[in-house]
Each structure stands twice: as structure tokens, then as C-alpha cells.
Design a protein around this ligand. Sequence first.
Ligand code: ARG
Length: 431
Amino acid sequence: MSELLWQKAGVRTDERIMRFLAGDDVLLDREFFLHDIAASKAHVEGLARIGIVAAAECAALLAELDLLAEDFRAGRFVLDARHEDGHSAIEARLTERLGDAGRKVHTGRSRNDQVLVATRLWLKQRLAELAACCHAAAGVCLDRAGGEALPMPGYTHLQRAVVSSTALWFAGFAEAFIDDAVRARDTLTWIDANPLGTAAGYGVNLALDRDHTTAALGFTRLQLNPVYAQLSRGKFEIAALDALGAALLDLRRLAWDLSLFTTAEYAFVSLPAQYTTGSSIMPNKRNPDVVELMRASYASVAAARCEIEQLLSLPSGYQRDLQFSKGAIVHGFGRGLAALELLPDLLARLQWNEAAMRAAIEPSMHATDVAIEQAVAGVPFREAYRAAAATAASAGAGRTPEASLAARVSPGAAANLCLPELRERWRRLAP
Ligand code: ARG
């Protein structure tokens, strides 16, 4: 490891202890490095605006920061165990290249607000991606809901219940993913506050131009109080993971449906071949592994949330415990977004097996329709219900699934899917 920023004379570093302190921090900081550089540029500009660095120094620092970003992207600069963390690596590089100008860069900032601002920018980007994924999935669901409306069994308790349709199924997930996109957007707005300039958590004796860094980094507002800036670390991460978790909960149930519907016992759905895998021993198998990993991804999001929640049993102010929140968000968002990114294509290409779905519709699944028809004709519903129960086995006589669906006029139901309303909400959400 190169020289530490904070090293005291006469104290020898112990390698084992240093390794424990660093953990995988420097590797994780690769995720946040470009945001750290962007925030460093804004900070340098802010310092120039209050006369702490000269115009020429500012220009040189900005150019070096751009170069560092380029070198990092191209793999010419590798963030590794030579550095304590990404933050020190930036200062070390600027000092190595520019001398005193580099030594000025950390004026009025702390790694505590540096890590906050870098992770905040990262979270905003991930939430925008989450909103886009949910929007795309909802778009495919809307298209497919507006296309074919094949009859299929509707289940409660996994027991055959009433006639349903593929359009109702798709429209249901469309509305779910629209809500999830809204949640992602709202969460992005909620966390869209600039913590840079709060320093170690108590402000500094400098009139930092925080409005400048806020605008330069594209934040909509300042996070004002430095104590609150530290309190928000972890709290905002949890909010972001909750937004992701909402989408992943819907994905988990969708994936469950597909894993059931692709069994020989149901045989309602064929997945695109690319989404299935073979078995190493059983030559006959095609397995829905992708769908299963989509289902499993919620676990990673929940684990990440849980880890951060456990970490937050802390007094106010910066505590090193918070370092572990970075691994959690990288893991949770990595898994969650990877699963959601594949969803639109999977939904666009899955195929329904009409014959199998029709064969699974039993005559008794019309019994609810029969009871409600009688109620409309004036028979008190409970009486009509009893009569329909007694004759449930023959409820389908003279009825078709299509007629059942065509009569389902309650708003949102099969004959009244309200797709224009859903489409309108969807359109307003366009990324
Ligand atoms: N790696 C640290 C973190 O993620 C950076 C901040 C270090 N601050 C400190 N006071 N040691 O929290």
C-alpha cells in the first residue's frame, strides 16, 4: 500500500490490521470511482470559486481528473491494494502529477462526504436504471395484453377458480411494473440531495460553494445539515433497495408463475429456447434456470437491505461500520438489475399453449358467473350462491370461456382491462 494520507510519524503499520481495515473496500470503490472523480471535479471548481485554488490550478486539476477517468475506463489505471481506498487514490494521483495543486484538493472535504456523494450519485444512476427496466417490462406487458386474450384458468390457492385470460395476466403485471417504475422515480427524487460539502459531518470554517457543486453534479437540492448527511448514509441505501425490492417481489411472483406454467403438468407456456438449459446427466431435460434465478434475485436484495439495517445500529456521526453498506448495495443492485434487464425480452417472446390452457378450464369454473347472473336477476346472492354450488359441476353447460370473459365488465377485469388508462400512466413515465 502506498503512503497513507493520515499516517502519524513513529507508528508502524501492521499489515494484518491494514488488511482487515481495508477489506474489499478498494475493489468495491471501483464501482464508485467515476462518480468520486466527478464529485472531485465539482469540489475543485467550488474551491476555485472561493479562491482556495487558483484558476490555473483548477484547470490543471480538472484536466488531470478527466485523464484519470479515461485511464480508469481504459484499464490503464487500476484501483487495487496499493491504495487504501478510491478517495486516497485520487488525491495521490493528483499530487503525483501536479504537486501542490494536488495537495490542495482535499481542502474542506472529508472522505466521509466524499464517499457519501459518490454512493449517492451511484444510487441515483441505479434507480434510473431500475425505473427504465420496470418501464420496459410494463411496456411489453401492455403490448401483449392488448394483443391476444387467450382463455386460461384463474387460480386461488393454486386451485382452479374462474376463467381468466392471458391478457388479464399481462395487464396485471403491466400495472405492477408501472407502480414499480413510479416507486423507483419517487425514491430517486427523495434521495436527490447533495451531501458534498458537509465534510466529516460537522461542516467547515470555509464558505464552500455548495450551490455550485449541487448544480454541477445534477442534484435537485442540497442536503443541508452535515449531521443529517451522515444520518442519511445507509438510510438512503435502504430506501433504494426497498424500491428495487418492490420490483423484485413482482418479478419473483411472475417467475413463480412461469416455472409452474412450463411444467408438463401445466404446459401453458413455452419459454424461448435461450432461457432454458439442459441437464448434465438427464438428456431429456430442459430447465427454466433463468426464471429460477430471476425468482432467487429477491433474496439478494433482501439480504442487502438486512445487512445495512443491521449496520445502522449506530450513534450519529460517521462510523466505519458504514463502509460495509457499499458491498451490500453493489450486491443487491447487481443481482436485482441483472434479473430485471432480461425480463422485457423474456416476456415478449414467451409463448402460450392455448390448447393446454383451454383443457384446464373445468365447467365448474363458471359457477361464480352463474351465481352472479342469478343475483342480477333478483335472487339474493347467498341463495344464488347455494344453488350454483349444488350444480357447480354442470355450470359450464352452454357456456364458453370467451363468453365468460366477455361478460367480465367490472373495471379492470377481462372485458374492461382499462388499457388506455394504463397506457397513459405508462406514457407519462417514459424515461
Ligand atoms: N471507506 C470508507 C467508507 O466507505 C471511506 C470513508 C473513510 N472515512 C474515515 N473516516 N475513515 O466509509
